[in-house]
Design a protein around this ligand. Structure first.
Ligand SMILES: *Cc1c(COP(=O)(O)O)cnc(C)c1O
Length: 403
């Protein structure tokens, strides 16, 4: 019998085919070795898994349900659309699935301080939540420009007890926040855990974060049978930033005859700086400690990117997505800013569910797909709720009905 995919990938060096691996400055080799070893042991320890199960059930509110989007299905006049409701997680997105587990790992390692960078602040808030739960210190690095732009998330982090450190050099956005957080981490790698926010970074993070998110796919597979009265969906889709929510739901269906579509943000157009469709327009390269497909500028540095979904404007993609796409197991869907806005309003009005703008990308793609694939059963991973986006949307794309 063939071994399940999840048990065979990545290899022991963290490679998914040619992608992944670990490209670290020498002083970080040792601390990362320690993390790899600890995770390897803990992932097989029933103590660790029991504690995680407890947290998911009694703090996060798992399992999250699957909802049948009957009005949206009727509107698309084609396929049946189902939603895996990660928006119903505590704090409103899938991110707690991995930040709670990372904080638990820190606790098991006897580490008292969590450190990370954040772009729009979503990862920072999710990590600050986990730190508060476990009584750990939390330091979040954020570009000064982003701090001005994303004030509500800055305040949330501070209320949750995290220290927000501004990155004041260069363009003062995500790239500088990564540098700043890495520098702070390097100063004392034994007493701090660097908590990466997606299936990216050096080994073991892409595997570890996928494993933590795989609960989404495992639940969905069981639930789908019950609600849809068929064994499997025909197609499963999710938006891709770094790719953690997509890997989460794909994990449940990767060995099955199910089409898997990751949706990339086309933003405002095809030129560099207008989108963040890394797999569609990128080339091979090493960035942030791993080998993958990435968008580069003419000097080979990470290119400027854009999406209205502030959690999916990342110039690379998790190495596992690069691999699965290369071997043809997954396909890419595309969605522009305007299509995401349309899906944001449609899902809200038709189903009473306000999606995060990131998640709206997957909804928009599924709507297009549904019209072209009559009779199919589609499962969307609704990665988060849209409360955080309401101000932005009504200011920049006012709905006619509210005027
Ligand atoms: C952060 C975020 C994403 C993007 O992250 P992935 O690692 O690609 O899943 C998607 N949706 C929501 C709601 C988010 O907060």
């Amino acid at each position: 019998m063939k071994k399940p995919y999840l048990e065979t990938m990545p290899d022991e060096k963290g490679y998914f085919g040619e992608y992944g691996g670990s490209f670290l400055p020498p002083p970080l080799e040792k601390p990362f070795q320690k993390i790899r070893k600890a995770y390897d042991e803990l992932s097989r320890s029933s103590d660790f898994l029991d504690e995680l199960r407890y947290i998911r059930k009694h703090f996060q509110g798992r399992p999250t349900p699957i909802s049948f989007a009957k009005n949206l299905s009727r509107y698309c006049a084609g396929a049946n659309i189902y939603l895996k409701r990660e928006d119903l997680n505590h704090m409103g997105a899938h991110k707690l699935n991995h930040t709670m587990a990372e904080a638990l790992l820190a606790k098991k390692l006897g580490i008292k301080k969590l450190i990370a960078e954040t772009g729009a602040g979503q990862h920072g808030v999710a990590l600050a939540t986990a730190a508060a739960y476990f009584g750990l210190e939390c330091e979040i690095h954020m570009g000064e420009v982003d701090i001005q732009k994303e004030r509500p998330n800055v305040i949330r982090m501070q209320i949750l007890g995290a220290k927000v450190v501004p990155a004041t050099h260069g363009l003062k956005t995500l790239k500088e926040a990564v540098d700043s957080a890495f520098e702070a981490y390097m100063s004392d790698p034994d007493q701090q855990l660097f908590c990466i926010g997606s299936v990216v970074g050096p080994h073991p993070y892409p595997k570890m974060i996928r494993d933590f998110q795989s609960i989404v796919g495992f639940e969905a597979k069981q639930q789908f049978k019950q609600i849809a009265k068929v064994d499997l969906p025909d197609m499963v889709t999710a938006c891709i930033g770094g790719g953690s929510n997509a890997m989460g739901i794909f994990s449940g269906f990767i060995d099955d005859d199910v089409k898997l579509y990751g949706v990339e943000p086309m933003g405002k157009g095809e030129n560099i700086g207008e989108h963040s469709a890394s797999l569609s327009y990128g080339t091979a390269g090493v960035m942030h400690g791993f080998n993958s497909i990435m968008l580069k500028d003419k000097d080979g540095e990470p290119a400027p990117v854009h999406s209205i979904g502030s959690g999916i404007d990342y110039p690379s993609v998790g190495p596992e997505h690069a691999y699965l796409h290369k071997i043809g197991r997954t396909k890419i869907g595309l969605c522009s800013d305007d299509e995401a806005i349309d899906a944001f309003y449609k899902l809200s009005k038709l189903e009473g569910i306000i999606p995060a703008l990131e998640s709206a990308h997957a909804v928009a793609f599924a709507m297009r797909y549904a019209k072209q694939n009559k009779g199919e059963n589609i499962l969307i991973n609704l990665s988060g709720r849209g409360d955080k986006d309401i101000d932005f949307v009504v200011t920049n794309y006012p709905p006619q009905i509210l005027s």
